[in-house]
Design a protein around this ligand. Structure first.
Ligand code: NAI
Length: 358
């Protein structure tokens, strides 16, 4: 039998779910708040044609919890939340729907801060911002950070450096072979940063045109999408889909390091154990793909958005990944567990501090 909503919420101790509805504009949205111990819940706004309401609720909950971990690991003073809009972004999106959602978000009075995610754009956020200052990732013209794909890539690049330092004793990408799977908004920027620092890069994308274009621009090799993870390289960087580390792919890997931006790379947690057993250093996805969120929330700082300061924040991912590796070694646990441990320790500490002086 399907779990009830409260059973789902109890499973990982969620704080709230807000349902937003308006019939004439076709708005059906769900805002899930996982944990606000560290601060207001921050997370993107996804639009997706979910088959059932139950699918949408589960996705909102899963993504909100993911944001708690990502924000906490990045050292941000924010908790985790997520908004999902039920609908087809190509067909169902309109100004009224976006503005109304903005008004609902405003009603939460800063409990939830949001931005772009799958199915929404910076232009959508600009519209929602007209109704609420708690819509964060707006365009540069509106005083926001604009597109943050390159900031996510910069964070992944820092993660790769930290892993190289651990495996080879030097963080320098020069002369290291890197296979990048997916050259979209983030992958393409990562290729640029790797090539500029002298790495030898191979790429693959199911969109052949995109792959060709990036290959021509940066003079890198293109391989078939089904072979990219099999290459004999120093680093395999998944920058496309989730669940790419699974029973089928892991035995086929010939890399020393896995470090990429794709969310939920481990098909199941046990695949993180499998990578460790195979002697592969895995950079937990939410540790190294936090660059975008770190960059975006800079616009909430008292002085407003400062690009240089934001990028300095993203560069901290090098140190965070180093801390994850150190804890994994010290406790003899896989890196994905070490990352969770760091996050849970931080949340427990802040919870304790808040209980000491109320
Ligand atoms: P995107 O949609 O711009 O790029 C993804 C690329 O992967 C596309 O070019 C697509 O054709 C390609 N692709 C899809 N399936 C493939 C396959 N089987 N083999 C090879 N290529 C394939 O997406 P974006 O923004 O670059 O994000 C990539 C991943 O990183 C996603 O999982 C996203 O959730 C995650 N992520 C993105 C952030 C951002 O700032 N954009 C932040 C954190 C995570």
């Amino acid at each position: 039998m399907e779990k009830s909503i409260f059973e789902l919420m109890e499973e990982y101790d969620y704080e709230n779910i807000f349902f937003c509805q308006e019939k004439t504009l076709g708005l059906k949205a769900i805002i899930a708040i996982h944990n606000t111990t560290l601060g207001p819940a921050a997370g993107g706004c996804r639009m997706w044609p979910y088959e059932t309401e139950a699918d949408a609720i589960k996705d909102a909950l899963r993504l909100a919890r993911g944001m708690t971990y990502k924000n906490a690991a990045a050292g941000l003073p924010y908790g985790g939340g997520k908004c999902v809009i039920i609908g087809d972004p190509k067909r169902d999106k309109n100004e009224g729907l976006l503005r109304l959602l903005g008004r609902f978000i405003n009603r939460l009075d800063g409990l939830f801060l949001t931005g772009v995610d799958v199915g929404t754009t910076i232009q959508d956020m600009d519209i929602m911002r007209l109704e609420s200052p708690h819509v964060v990732t707006v365009s540069e013209a509106m005083g926001g950070p604009g597109d943050s794909g390159f900031a996510t890539a910069f964070g992944v690049f820092q993660g790769i450096r930290a892993c190289l330092k651990e495996v080879y004793g030097s963080p320098l990408p020069q002369g290291r072979a890197v296979a990048v799977q997916g050259v979209g908004a983030v992958g393409r920027e990562l290729v640029k940063q790797l090539v500029e620092t002298g790495a030898i890069v191979s790429i693959a994308d199911v969109d052949q045109e995109k792959a060709k274009q990036v290959a021509a621009q940066y003079n890198v090799e293109v391989v078939e999408p089904e072979n990219i993870h099999r290459l004999d390289v120093d680093v395999y960087s998944p920058c496309a889909l989730g669940s790419v580390l699974n029973d089928q792919t892991i035995p086929e890997l010939h890399c020393k390091i896995v470090c990429g931006c794709a969310n939920n790379q481990l098909a199941e947690e046990r695949h993180g154990d499998l990578l460790t057993q195979q002697g592969i250093l895995y950079a937990p996805d939410y540790i190294v793909n936090a660059g975008g969120v770190v960059y975006n929330v800079e616009s909430l700082s008292p002085g407003g958005f400062n690009r240089q300061h934001a990028l300095e924040g993203v560069a901290h991912i090098y140190r965070t990944m180093g801390n994850v590796i150190a804890l994994a070694k010290e406790q003899n646990i896989p890196t994905y567990r070490a990352a969770d441990t760091l996050v849970e320790q931080r949340i427990a500490l802040v919870r304790k501090v808040k209980s000491l002086v109320v």
